[in-house]
Each structure stands twice: as structure tokens, then as C-alpha cells.
Ligand binder design. Structure first.
Ligand SMILES: Nc1ncnc2c1ncn2[C@@H]1O[C@H](COP(=O)(O)OP(=O)(O)O)[C@@H](O)[C@H]1O
Ligand SMILES: Cc1cn([C@H]2C[C@H](O)[C@@H](COP(=O)(O)O)O2)c(=O)[nH]c1=O
Ligand SMILES: [Zn+2]
Length: 203
């Protein structure tokens, strides 16, 4: 993935997909290969993600890790940027504000390779935060799939479960979690209450 892409200046890469689809593994693979190529690499992550290895590391569901700087906003990336970094990676990019679009575009314009990983859709199956803009503006987009835990098909969606039941439509968009509250599912197996059902229940 992204193996064939060559550019003389900077560029943007997005690794998108459902939870458990291997986004963080793929981000870490690219980061490790960049370090083997003796590039100076800096990894950022959303401060909201403190699963597995804590706040100062990116960690995949199978516990592969790499040190990372947590940020609570897109502007913090510029404040904490290593000016010598040639490759900049951002995990859990869906949690960042929409200002991330201009931040990463300006880094790419200034010759940096920017690698981002994020879930493209929330538990409702709707676009998540800045992901649509980032995917539209990136030179390279890879959409990964997990395995649907119900039928074994490729999973493009993420089911949020609260006490074993599908979360209602009005459940907050952001809720950090892992296998305790989320499952990878295909379109056919993904159950989401519709917005109109949520409104009906208020009547
Ligand atoms: N339903 C699933 N489908 C695929 N991989 C899964 C599933 N559940 C757990 N995994 C594990 O999750 C790993 C991917 O983790 P990770 O890279 O952190 O995913 P992501 O960042 O996309 O959530 C897989 O290699 C596998 O070991
Ligand atoms: C679907 C969905 C997910 N989240 C949270 C749950 C996890 O903390 C992250 C995704 O992590 P991963 O690296 O892709 O496994 O996002 C959320 O807040 N809202 C959602 O709708
Ligand atoms: Zn399925």
C-alpha cells in the first residue's frame, strides 16, 4: 500500500477504515520503514486515546507500539512540531478539529510526508469529523477492512454496543473504547437506529 507513490515534495496519505481494520498497524509499518530509510519521523495522536500503552504511545489492538506526542487540537501539532521532522504521522485523526485539514496541507506544502490514520465513519455509519476532507485532499488513500464478527465478511462499519445492545442514534459521537464496546461489522450486519426513530421516541 502506498508503495508505488513517489513525489519530490511533500504529500498526504490517509489510512481509513472501521475499527480493528489494521489502520494503526499500517501506520506503524510506514513509520518503521521511514525510520529504516533514516528519515526523521514524528508521531502525533489525539490526547483522547489512552488505550493500551498510555498517552505517549500509539498502540495497535495487538499491542504494537511507537512513541507519540498527544495533542488536543490541530494547532498543537504546529506548536509541538520538530522542525527537522521529514515524516509526520497522526493516529486517531478523526478526533481532531477540522483545522487539521489546513495544518497537514501546509506541512505537505512545505515538503513533509504526512501519514494519517482514522476511522472514516462513526458508529452510526456517518462520516467522522475531518475524515471526508482529509480523504478528498490526500494524494494517497487506503481504505482497510476488518472481519465482521457476525458473518466473517469484510467489515466496513463499527457497531457500538452498550450493555450488549446497539447504541441509540443520539449516543455521543466520541466515546473512547475497544472490544469492550465496539465490534467490526459488514454493512448487512451493522445495526443502527435511524435518526427518525430517535426523534419518534422523544414524541
Ligand atoms: N474483527 C476483527 N477483524 C480484524 N482484526 C481484528 C478484529 N478484532 C481484532 N483484530 C485485531 O486487530 C488488529 C488490528 O489492530 P489495529 O491496527 O489497532 O486496528 P485499527 O487501528 O484499525 O483499529 C488485527 O491485526 C487483529 O489482530
Ligand atoms: C465508531 C466510533 C469509535 N470511536 C472511538 C473508539 C476508539 O477509541 C476510536 C477508534 O480507534 P481505532 O484505532 O480505530 O480502533 O474511536 C468513537 O469515539 N466514536 C465512534 O462512533
Ligand atoms: Zn457481517
Amino acid at each position: 500500500m502506498s508503495g508505488g507513490f513517489q513525489a519530490s515534495g511533500g504529500w498526504m496519505e490517509v489510512i481509513a477504515g472501521s475499527m480493528f481494520s489494521g489502520k494503526t498497524e499500517e501506520l506503524l509499518r510506514r513509520v518503521r520503514r521511514a525510520t529504516i530509510a533514516r528519515k526523521r519521523v514524528q508521531v502525533f495522536k489525539s490526547h483522547l486515546d489512552d488505550r493500551y500503552a498510555g498517552l505517549w504511545a500509539v498502540s495497535s489492538h495487538d499491542r504494537r507500539t511507537f512513541e507519540a506526542t498527544p495533542v488536543d487540537s490541530s494547532s498543537q501539532i504546529l506548536l509541538r512540531l520538530d522542525p527537522m521532522a521529514q515524516v509526520i504521522a497522526v493516529d486517531e485523526v478523526q478526533f481532531l478539529d477540522v483545522g487539521i485539514v489546513n495544518v497537514v496541507a501546509s506541512l505537505a506544502d512545505r515538503g513533509r510526508r504526512v501519514i494519517m490514520a482514522g476511522i472514516d465513519t462513526d458508529f452510526r455509519g456517518e462520516p467522522f469529523g475531518p475524515m471526508p476532507q482529509l480523504m478528498a485532499m490526500a494524494e494517497v488513500v487506503d481504505k482497510l477492512h476488518a472481519i465482521c464478527v457476525l458473518c466473517g465478511s469484510p467489515a466496513s462499519r463499527t457497531q457500538r454496543l452498550i450493555e450488549g445492545k446497539p447504541a441509540p442514534y443520539e449516543s455521543p459521537t466520541i466515546m473512547v473504547g475497544a472490544a469492550d464496546s465496539y465490534e467490526a461489522r459488514c454493512r448487512a450486519c451493522h445495526q443502527v437506529p435511524r435518526r427518525d426513530e430517535a426523534q419518534q421516541s422523544l414524541l
